[in-house]
Design a protein. Sequence first.
Length: 226
Amino acid sequence: MRLQKAVEEYIEHKRSLGMIFRSQAVILRAFAKAQGDIDIQEVSGHDTRKFLDGNGPVTHSWFGKYGTLRGFYRFSLARHYIVQIPLQSSRPRPPEEFEPYIYTTQDMRRLLDAAQRKREGWLLEPHTLRMLLLLLYGTGLRIGEAVRLTLADLDLSAGVLTIRESKFYKSRFVPVGVDLLKALRRYIARQWPAGAPASTPLLGTRKANRVTRQQAERSFQHLRKE
């Protein structure tokens, strides 16, 4: 069995179970590309460790990649594509655990106030950054869900957001409060011209492109420091 073929079979298997399996698929395809067009049994423990370690320091992503490879090789072992799993037993010490911080109402007021002040070099306009904060605070959406929203996903008359194909390809409706709905109306009127197509992203950059997750997270880092 060729390594690349086994990887694609495993990805298809996981998605058939209802999993999105997006980031894991990226890891596995990168792994197969790094090894080259070889048979799955030719991959050694040294090869897998070299892929896991990369060139930088050990981060939590190391353990995410390890878990993804372990799942793939258990699948391959069960189907007799390999006779043993080529993952070394020794693992590096994990970095310190992230401690979540719960923002108070006062914290949120300070963030929203700071978001309204324009600064050079920031990726998002103040009104977009403020709208992103209000959207997350008022709905409890995940950051990835928020930046993927389009104008078609917001029903202004009913006050409902449609979150499409999130975890396990499930979609759901999220009610929007009156105050947040007013803020969304004002934002859309300012950000997008009248008659913008339904496929237009809800949150936009200065160049009228979709806000990416990386842009949103980087802007939030700047805002926290401010």
